[in-house]
Design a protein around this ligand. Structure first.
Ligand code: NAI
Ligand SMILES: O=C(O)C1=N[C@H](C(=O)O)C[C@H](O)C1
Length: 249
């Protein structure tokens, strides 16, 4: 059974991973929270992660924390020689660079969204944006009121796909009095209630509208995808991997 450490173990996703871990075993967690254990699982401060990875004989780390915490634990994984699945979003350029550096030494798989549905949505977006190349594009995401990064990592990943197909410039929200430039893509982030994660791309033109959307119903979908990725990653060569590699396996 794969022995998993969860970074961000006291968070919403940490709890979802613990609940979803039926074919894997969560043996230790990392968090800055002032608790000794969660559901009987020992909680260790991130600064002690390298020693804990050895002590608990961890096969792989699953991360859903904050960017600075993910980088700290990635560097502990390099020290301990342990693969890492990174689910945290909202990294700046420095953080992404430090994750890439870690992937020179360990297998590291990063995904802004561990649902298979979003993987398929991104493939549909590529086809639609490339084919309907003169349609106006507008992107909206909606999440719970505790989410601190905006737009979502998933929305940014969808934008990356679109910008590989179309020469568009994001406009983050709109206010004032001005016409829409044809090379704009409006990007909107809504925060309300406990919405798990909704994403919609609208493609409008030629007297028709195409809408591509995804709604996560439970955090378990992300936890299951991350655990599948974790099991898949163990034993692979050092390098930078994507969730699409797992979905296509
Ligand atoms: N890739 C994916 O499929 C998904 C990604 N996420 C991302 O996962 C992250 C966490 O989301 P939630 O669980 O909702 O957040 P949360 O706020 O509920 O949990 C964050 C956790 O990180 C811990 N933490 C804070 N500072 C830390 C540090 N320096 N080192 C280690 N741990 C630290 C907190 O104690 C807490 O346990 C966010 O970036 C979110 O966007 C969330 C769902 C799915
Ligand atoms: O914070 C969340 O909850 C989620 N964050 C990820 C993101 O930023 O895209 C993935 C998912 O949408 C849920």
């Amino acid at each position: 059974m794969t022995r998993v450490a969860v970074n961000g173990v006291t968070g919403q996703m940490g709890g979802a991973v613990i609940e979803a871990a039926t074919d894997s075993e969560v043996v230790v967690g990392f968090a800055t929270s002032d608790v000794d254990a969660v559901d009987g699982i020992p909680v260790v401060q991130p600064a002690e992660a390298a020693a804990a990875l050895r002590e608990y004989d961890v096969d792989v780390v699953v991360d859903f924390a904050v960017p600075e915490g993910a980088v700290t634990v990635a560097e502990a994984c390099v020290e301990a020689g342990v693969p890492m699945v990174v689910g945290t979003t909202g990294f700046d350029e420095d953080g992404m660079g430090r994750l890439k550096d870690a992937s020179e030494e360990i297998p590291l798989l990063k995904a802004t969204n561990f649902s298979q549905g979003i993987q398929v949505l991104q493939r549909l977006v590529r086809e639609a944006a490339g084919t309907l190349d003169d349609y106006d594009l507008e992107l909206m995401e909606t999440h719970h009121n505790r989410k601190v990064d905006a737009p979502s990592g998933t929305a940014n990943s969808i934008l990356d796909v679109i910008q590989e197909e179309r020469d568009v410039e994001p406009v983050y929200g709109r206010e004032g009095h001005a016409p829409r430039d044809e090379d704009e893509i409006g990007v909107f982030a809504r925060r309300a209630g406990d919405i798990r994660g909704e994403h919609e791309l609208v493609l409008a033109g030629n007297d028709e509208v195409l809408s591509l959307s995804h709604r996560a119903e439970d955090r378990g979908v992300f936890a299951a995808g991350a655990l599948d990725a974790a099991t898949w990653l163990v034993g692979r060569d050092a390098g930078w991997y994507a969730f699409g590699d797992v979905v296509d396996a």
